[in-house]
Design a protein around this ligand. Sequence first.
Ligand SMILES: C[S@@+](CC[C@H](N)C(=O)[O-])C[C@H]1O[C@@H](n2cnc3c(N)ncnc32)[C@H](O)[C@@H]1O
Length: 206
Amino acid sequence: MNEKATEAARKRYDRRARQYDLMEALAERLNFGRWRKLLWNKVEGASILEVGVGTGKNFSYYPAGAEMTAIDFSPKMLARARVKAPKEAVSVRLLQMDAQAMEFPDDTFDTVVATFVFCSVPDPLKGLAEVKRVCKPGGKVILLEHVLSSNRSVARFMNFINPIVVRLMGANINRRTVENVARSGLTIEHVTHLSGIFKLIEARKR
Ligand SMILES: C[S@@+](CC[C@H](N)C(=O)[O-])C[C@H]1O[C@@H](n2cnc3c(N)ncnc32)[C@H](O)[C@@H]1O
């Protein structure tokens, strides 16, 4: 079942790859850009993993001198990132990999980052368990995510339209990612409530 869901999600992002940057351009200018900057100012250590790199929208925020690795399960999103990296003079190891079954050894990275990813990972708890596994003990996990609204009426509406949004955009709009991070066994250190449903989640592997 999960394999089928993963393949369907991967195909959705392959289909979206060409228009992705254009479709996000306005949100990027309004808010996403400064939220990304906020996130990348909080990374720690030399060895950093970005999960779900997409077309490489975070490249311009990567810390100078860090040893960067980035994964995505969509070959078409990754192809865009591969073109963008040299243009932005970014040194990054780009790998096609499923966040739910990463090929890295345990305790590899000082910081693991993901932006707008755990809304679309088919099994978010499995993905977060993998994030925890590959993060070094004492290492940091930082996520920028949209989550289910805390307003009950809005949440009901989001749950109702979620299947349509998933089919069109690939993203679930009803994920409880803050709770999922806590369930994964990571220790939540801080949640910044950015605007409405958008959260910056900082956690640590104890
Ligand atoms: C909404 S896009 C966000 C891309 C990028 N992080 C950004 O901020 O623009 C979600 C990305 O996560 C990737 N993704 C979703 N599920 C994944 C999984 N299980 N393993 C690896 N990548 C995944 C998708 O292919 C897509 O590139």
